[in-house]
Design a protein around this ligand. Structure first.
Ligand code: B4P
Length: 194
C-alpha cells in the first residue's frame, strides 16, 4: 500500500492535483475539506459545528476531523493506497494519523508540499470563490485562512521533514507542469496505472 499526503497552503492546488493523481495511480481520495463540506450541505450536527469554523477561515477542531478519517480508511479495505488531501493540518492530526495507520499496519510513505507565493494564493482563491459558492470567497476570510496555515499547519511540514518524508514542489507552474513534477516523485514508489 502507498499512502501520500498532499500538503500546502489554501489554494495551492491540493484538490486540483489530487484529481490527476487519483486517475493516474488509482488511489483512494480522502479530502477533509470535501468531507466537511458534504457534512455542512447535509446539515448534520458535525456539519453545523464545522461550518462555524470554516465560515471564519479557521480550522475545524482536531477531534472532529480525526474521527472522520478512520471510517473513510475502513471503507476501502482493498485500496492500492490513499491520498490525504488537506489532512493532516496540525501536528496533533499528523501524530494521530501515524498512530491510526500503524494500527492498520500501514504508514505514510511520502509527503509532497506544494509551494506557491502568497499573492498567487489570494488570486486563485478569489477566482475560485467567484464560482464555487464556498465561504472562503473574500479577502478577509482568505487572509485568516493563510494566517491559520502559518500558525498551525506549517509545523506539519517540519514534522514530516524530521521523519525524512517531505519533498517540496514548486506549485506555481501550470497545472500540467506541476503534475509532472509530482509524478516524478510518486514514480519512485508506485508505477502509474493509466
Ligand atoms: P480544502 O477543501 O482542503 O481546500 P483549500 O485548502 O482551500 O484548497 P486547495 O489547496 O485544495 O486548492 P484548489 O485545488 O481548490 O479546505 C477547506 C476548509 O475545510 C478549510 O478552510 C478548513 O476550515 C476545513 N478543513 C479541511 N481540512 C481540515 C483539517 N484537516 N483540519 C481542520 N480543518 C480542515 O485550488 C484553488 C484554485 O486554484 C482553484 O480554482 C484551481 O482551479 C486553481 N489552481 C490550482 N492549481 C493551479 C495552477 N497550477 N495554476 C493556476 N490555477 C490553479
Amino acid at each position: 500500500m502507498f499512502n501520500l499526503v498532499l500538503f500546502g497552503p489554501p489554494g495551492s492546488g491540493k484538490g486540483t492535483q489530487s484529481e490527476n493523481i487519483l486517475k493516474t495511480y488509482q488511489l483512494q481520495h480522502i479530502s477533509t475539506g470535501d468531507l466537511l463540506r458534504d457534512e455542512v450541505s447535509r446539515h448534520t450536527p458535525l456539519g453545523m459545528e464545522a461550518k462555524k469554523f470554516m465560515d471564519q477561515g479557521m480550522l475545524v477542531p482536531d477531534e472532529v476531523v480525526i474521527g472522520m478519517i478512520s471510517g473513510k480508511i475502513d471503507d476501502a479495505p482493498d485500496a492500492r493506497g490513499f491520498i490525504f488531501d488537506g489532512f493532516p493540518r496540525t501536528r496533533h492530526q499528523a501524530e494521530a494519523l501515524d498512530k491510526l495507520l500503524e494500527f492498520k499496519n500501514t504508514k505514510i510513505n511520502l509527503v509532497l508540499a506544494l509551494d506557491v507565493p502568497e499573492p498567487e494564493l489570494v488570486k486563485r482563491l478569489l477566482g475560485r470563490g467567484a464560482t464555487s459558492g464556498r465561504s472562503d470567497d473574500n479577502e478577509e476570510v482568505i487572509q485568516k485562512r493563510i494566517n491559520e496555515y502559518h500558525a498551525k499547519t506549517q509545523p506539519v511540514a517540519s514534522y514530516y521533514n524530521e521523519h525524512g518524508k517531505l519533498e517540496n514542489v514548486k506549485g506555481d507552474n501550470t497545472i500540467d507542469e506541476t503534475f509532472k513534477i509530482l509524478s516524478r516523485h510518486i514514480n519512485k514508489y508506485l508505477l502509474p496505472v493509466a
